[in-house]
Ligand binder design. Structure first.
Ligand code: NAD
Length: 380
């Protein structure tokens, strides 16, 4: 007979991380499904959820982190387990988080060698069925909003047009580079703040999304849409064209927010030092891709630097600055994932029987399973 599911929720250990993986409101629903719920004391406090909130949602609060890990058989987190946690896991337990196995191969090997089954939510395919579990989208939406707010805060001028007895102030010119989930949210936020907003993306299809938000789409005359509707890397010739056409939009901007990414690759450099040198003093760049290498050549992760009077902000983990809603959204994604991970009788579903589970499984039964084997000679 299978053991009842015991969910463990830990305090995140990454530096400056304020989010929590499951919020009390969602845990109430699981408590009514006869699952054991264990929470490390203080796990949600930085996100605005106290131990008392978890207690009234039907959870048991444990002071000892290692006890949560060893008593739980389903550990749910935002990021990855800490190396000091590894000895506490029970062999055969399941972990759900964001592991980034290609970035952390030795941790992945270690998790496999301890016979843990690990699901990494950032690997879920962006299909309709997986939409409600899409942690990349939920967290990118928060990051895009935050990037616009950070930009507005640092901008040495007003965002909206303002007419007063002292004359009329023109709205700030904001350029968003990369119009995926984060970029679109940055556009919407900058628009709400009254700025004049333009945006650019290498996918032509993004133009319709940009225009639907009332922003201007900067036409570069490229369409670098690759597999699955995602952007591909540009050729050297395309990069040259991008640089030439974008320059006018860049040098006339007061605030640039960069969110351009290519799945599985380092962020493309779109703003070279030479281009930044042509920007107006007092301009701001918020590089929301700082953690993936940055879209600006000068970006320093987690730092604010100045170059020729231009402030360059290497924004890192902006979701953690808005931990209440970012946690609520991540928690909803997790609840949706649990609906495919655990069947109606409270048993773990065999990952071989669910395409989403097998797509995001990183290791099981003592071996690393990511990337999954390519079937039928590479055809989908
Ligand atoms: P991302 O974070 O990987 O990249 C952000 C954006 O940067 C993308 O729009 C990409 O086209 C753009 N980009 C890449 N190189 C660029 C360059 N050199 N210059 C300018 N822009 C560049 O993307 P994301 O936000 O995760 O979304 C990527 C895709 O996934 C989009 O097509 C989006 O519509 C799609 N998506 C689908 C679903 C779904 O449920 N089906 C959900 C979310 C996203």
């Amino acid at each position: 007979m299978n053991l009842p599911v015991s969910i463990g929720i830990l305090k995140e250990t990454t530096e400056n991380e304020r989010r929590v993986a499951l919020v009390p409101e969602d845990l109430k629903k699981l408590a009514s499904k006869n699952m054991n719920l264990l929470v490390q004391s203080g796990a949600g406090i930085m996100a605005g959820f106290s131990d008392a909130d978890y207690l009234s949602a039907g959870c048991k609060i444990l002071d000892s982190r290692s006890e949560v890990i060893s008593e739980g058989n389903l550990l749910i987190m935002l990021g990855r387990p800490d190396s000091s946690d590894l000895k506490s896991f029970r062999s055969g337990s399941t972990i759900v988080g964001q592991i980034y196995p290609l970035r952390f191969p030795s941790l992945t090997e270690e998790l496999a060698s301890r016979n843990l089954r690990v699901y990494s939510l950032e690997l879920l395919p962006r299909t309709t069925r997986a939409q409600s579990m899409d942690v990349l989208s939920s967290q990118s939406a928060v990051a895009g909003y935050r990037a616009a707010v950070i930009g507005a805060f640092h901008l040495p001028r007003l965002m909206p047009m303002l007419t007063t007895a002292a004359g009329t102030v023109k709205p700030a010119n904001v350029l968003i580079i990369g119009a995926g989930v984060a970029g679109l949210m940055a556009i919407a936020t900058a628009k709400r703040l009254g700025a004049s907003v333009s945006a650019y993306d290498v996918r032509r299809a993004a133009g319709d999304d940009v225009r639907s938000l009332g922003a201007k789409f900067v036409e570069v005359g490229l369409n670098a849409e690759g597999a699955g509707g995602y952007a591909r890397e540009l050729t050297e010739e395309e990069k040259k064209k991008e640089k030439e056409v974008l320059e006018a939009a860049i040098t006339s901007s007061d605030l640039i927010i960069t969110t351009a990414g290519v799945p599985g690759k380092k962020a493309p450099i779109i703003l070279s030092a030479e281009t930044v040198a042509k920007m107006k003093p007092g301009s701001i760049i918020v590089d929301a891709m700082a953690e993936s290498g940055g879209n600006c050549e000068l970006t320093q992760q987690g730092k604010i630097i100045e170059f020729n009077g231009v402030k360059i902000i290497g924004s890192t983990n902006p979701q953690s600055d808005l931990p209440i809603n970012a946690s609520q959204m991540y928690s909803r994604n997790v609840i949706s994932f649990l609906s495919i991970l655990i069947d109606k009788d409270g048993n773990f579903v065999d990952p071989a029987n669910d395409a989403l589970l097998s797509a995001c499984m990183v290791c099981t039964d003592g071996r690393v399973t990511f990337p999954p084997p390519v079937k039928d000679g590479g055809k989908k």
